[in-house]
Design a protein around this ligand. Structure first.
Ligand code: HEM
Length: 186
């Protein structure tokens, strides 16, 4: 056996060891919140016949739509939505559809979706009545907390509860709370 041959065998073994040890130490990435609410698996869209939708977006859209109903019935919060309620009273659902889409886009983007982006106002501007005429006044901290509590009810209406998925509820509420600093302006 030549020296050169022995060197190449050693080099090969060395490389093999390095590549094996690299594979063993690769840390798996934690699933995003978007993946945890359903991710990119395509499912039939119950609201649009013959259309498919990502399961993550469907979950978030359902939660948003349920939460809007809970918020609309919450006497502590109705005062912020005069434009929306006037439109609905006149049978006009355009603003509601836009809010549902924008809120769902925001939740998809904020939970880590790579498919959907958010193109609405940033959270500070969306909740500043001098910029967004659809909100009647600046929001205070206790109304913010009430709103997040209503989203908790919206989550429960879609099967996500502290009893069956405490960590998911905690993580989604924590995500919503990151917006508090921009949204609470009084
Ligand atoms: C918990 C975190 C919240 C998030 C992530 C959020 C998100 C949003 C988004 C995405 C929009 C649409 C912006 C656009 O159309 O460009 C919006 C609008 C609005 N939000 Fe919030 N919001 C939050 C909390 C609140 C709270 C606490 C209130 C009041 C108590 C509130 C009241 C409103 C109102 C009145 C509008 C305008 C609705 C309309 O278009 O008629 N939001 N919000």
């Amino acid at each position: 056996m030549t020296k050169a041959f022995l060197y190449s065998v050693c080099l090969f073994c060395g490389l093999a060891l390095v590549s094996c040890s690299k594979e063993e130490t690769t840390t798996p990435t934690a699933p995003t919140l978007y993946e945890r609410v359903g991710g990119t698996t395509m499912v039939a869209d119950p609201a649009n016949s013959s259309m498919m939708i990502e399961k993550g977006r469907l979950t978030l859209r359902n939660v948003v739509d349920s939460s809007i109903m809970v918020i609309a019935a919450d006497t502590r919060l109705a005062k912020y939505f005069p434009v929306l309620f006037a439109e609905l009273g006149a049978g006009n659902t355009t603003g509601l559809s836009k809010l549902s889409k924008n809120f769902t886009d925001f939740m998809c983007y904020a939970t880590g979706s790579k498919t959907y982006s958010y193109t609405g106002l940033n959270m500070k501007s969306a909740h500043d009545p001098s910029i967004n005429s659809r909100i009647s006044m600046k929001i205070n901290a206790s109304d913010f907390d009430a709103f997040v509590g209503d989203i908790g009810v919206g989550l429960a209406k879609n099967g996500v509860t502290s009893a069956n998925n405490a960590q998911l509820v905690t993580d989604l509420v924590a995500l919503l709370n990151t917006t508090k600093v921009d949204i609470v302006q009084q």
